[in-house]
Design a protein around this ligand. Structure first.
Ligand code: MG
Length: 230
């Protein structure tokens, strides 16, 4: 499936290729789970690119045989890196040359399904990769980002702040994530990297209205979007 994301204030569109995600990248989020170890290397998983939606579509728990497959849909608000060119074995110091831009997105998670998968050592792809699980903003061109390691972001649910984060709190920083992934994979133009969520995950309900905002280091808004739970 071809998926495109608009690049803000341009006519350019970004064609989404692979989607890599980093789990457990903010200490305070790890503490939201019982018995969670602090990772010494990034936790990496993938989502299909079909999970990406424009926010106006809304987020929906899939049905199977007429029943919702999950009773616990949760929010994970994350900075998303858009990769602008192919690269393998990229050094940390060159990593920013590979960034097309930065977006803000949601790594929506069916937490009950993910918890069962964790217990049994099974893949997370259903809990993380279902259709509509990745609403994402337009991409801010990277030359408009003054300091990628000091971006703040928040999620409001029905008008109240539910999640707040800043990239300075990431355990694995953006340059390290790009370098690390590029050692193992061959990063490609069009890849997206979700960089992990801060604390503040919670159960979403049908009809909830979500508003996600990305701010630069001077707290000026770079972009925001609204979406909802179907
Ligand atoms: Mg996540």
């Amino acid at each position: 499936m071809e998926k495109f994301i608009k690049i803000k204030d341009t006519d350019e569109k970004f064609r989404v290729n692979n989607i890599y995600c980093i789990g457990k990248n903010y200490l305070e989020h790890i503490k939201e789970f019982k018995n969670q170890e602090i990772p010494t290397e990034p936790v990496v998983f993938c989502k299909p690119n079909s999970s990406v939606i424009t926010p106006d579509i809304g987020i929906k728990i899939p049905d199977f045989n007429g029943n919702k497959i999950s009773g616990n849909l949760q929010n994970e608000t994350e900075i998303v890196i858009a990769i602008g060119k192919d690269g393998h074995k990229i050094s940390r110091e060159n990593s920013f040359d590979y960034i097309k831009g930065i977006a803000i997105g949601l790594d929506m998670t069916l937490r009950d399904i993910q918890s069962k998968a964790k217990e049994k050592g099974l893949p997370w792809v259903i809990s993380k990769g279902f259709y509509t699980s990745s609403p994402i903003s337009e991409i801010i061109p990277f030359n408009k980002i003054s300091n990628p390691d000091n971006l703040s972001f928040n999620l409001k649910v029905n008008g109240e702040v539910r999640q707040k984060g800043n990239t300075s709190d990431m355990m694995f920083k953006i340059d390290f994530i790009i370098s690390y992934l590029s050692e193992i994979f061959y990063l490609s133009e069009g890849d997206l990297i979700f960089t992990g969520t801060p604390e503040g995950i919670s159960k979403m309900n049908e009809g909830d209205k979500l508003e996600v905002t990305l701010l630069d280091e001077n707290s000026s808004e770079l972009i925001s979007f609204k979406t909802f739970i179907v």
